[in-house]
Ligand binder design. Structure first.
Ligand SMILES: [Fe+2]
Length: 238
């Protein structure tokens, strides 16, 4: 759909975002919280959230709650693709996916970022703390903030960022390229999220092959970052 036959004030390049409350049981959310904490406890050995070199996939775990969660994520992601992105093949695609946890406590937040090496990203809110208010005036409440990546076309320019409600059980899905962050979390308890990164295995992607390795030609001494070597219980492509 690259051509428009009509003229007028066309609204181009909208950004579909699905925000929908789920109704997983308290028992399932409790188990997901345990799994998330355990995964982050292990992964944090390889660095803080922003500089670690180890990657894990919760969907590699052999756990009935994880299987239930994976099915829910597939249903919701494909619903988003179908209704939001309006992709007629939403329920046919092979999709590569990785699930991982984000956890923060009082005074913590997720810095602005977008996701690399995937097409879409979702977050599911397993726990959002006890809802207690900070002991000072703030409008920061740990909510998700999504940011228009384009230059603003009108005032007020604070319309560039939108807060998304993030109570327990909320599922949010959007393109990986969309900048997002969280407000600072000031409640008691923990804010526990499970994020998923999705890549559609499109015909375009299936045409790729692995580039031949060649010998390093008597390398000059260039200082490069140490290659990431850690992977934590990750068995890609089951
Ligand atoms: Fe993110």
């Amino acid at each position: 759909m690259n051509n428009y036959s009509s003229e007028g004030n066309l609204q181009l390049w909208s950004t579909p975002i699905l925000v929908e409350k789920q109704n997983l049981s308290d028992e399932v959310n409790k188990r997901l919280k345990e799994i998330a904490i355990e995964a982050e406890r292990k992964a944090s050995c390889s660095g803080s959230f922003y500089d670690r070199r180890g990657y894990y996939n919760l969907f590699d775990l052999d756990d009935p709650v994880i299987r239930e969660f994976e099915i829910l994520m597939s249903q919701k992601f494909r619903q988003y693709l179908y209704q939001g992105v309006r992709d007629a093949r939403a329920y046919d695609w092979d999709v590569d996916v990785r699930a991982f946890a984000n956890i923060y406590e009082y005074g913590q937040r997720i810095r602005p970022h977008y996701h690399h090496a995937c097409d879409f990203v979702s977050v599911y809110y397993v726990d959002v703390g006890d809802g207690a208010k900070a002991p000072f005036k703030t409008n920061e409440d740990g909510r998700l903030v999504v940011i228009d990546p384009r230059g603003t076309v009108q005032y007020p320019f604070d319309q560039k960022s939108k807060r998304v409600p993030t109570e327990q059980g909320m599922f949010v899905c959007h393109p990986a390229t969309l900048w997002h962050e969280s407000e600072t979390f000031f409640a008691n308890g923990m804010r526990v999220m499970i994020s998923c990164e999705y890549t559609i295995v499109h015909e375009h992607r299936k045409a790729f092959s692995r580039l031949a390795k060649v010998e390093h030609p008597n390398p000059p001494q260039i200082k490069v970052d140490q290659a990431p070597t850690d992977t934590i219980y990750t068995q890609h492509y089951r």
